[in-house]
Design a protein around this ligand. Sequence first.
Ligand code: FES
Length: 164
Amino acid sequence: MDAAQSKVPDFDEARARLVIARLAHLDGALLPILHELQHEFGYVDARNVPLLAEALNISRADVHGTISFYHDFKSAPQGRHVLKICRAEACQSMGCESLVTHLAQAHKLAPGETTGDKALSVETVYCLGNCALSPAAMLDDELIGRLDADRLDQIVLDATGMRS
Ligand code: FES
């Protein structure tokens, strides 16, 4: 499967400016605006950074730092399915890193990436509250315990095949 980072779509600057203008009056406006941009576009395009800096009279570095700090803000559109792999302590002790390596080697898909057909995005999370069944993951809203390479292969196949 060809898994590459999603192509960045055309940026609708006028629409982004409207979102920013609508919320710029709020105290601590940056976070609400970022959430709204992600809600509107599905991700926070890097081209929002100078617009936000100008509108809120803060540095581009501050805007970029905030976006980077909160892992919920996506820098590219997500796939139709999202697989979150837990890489916290309990899951590490049960081999989650070898699953991440397997995903990269067998499917050319690393955390933070989306398949070329936009079927599946993979993310890292830190504890899903499912430590007793580690290594754990979450596919869309479904919690998965005792994840192994075979299940991982099946998830990728299902997401990029008929059920996507
Ligand atoms: S450490 Fe992975 S679910 Fe808690």
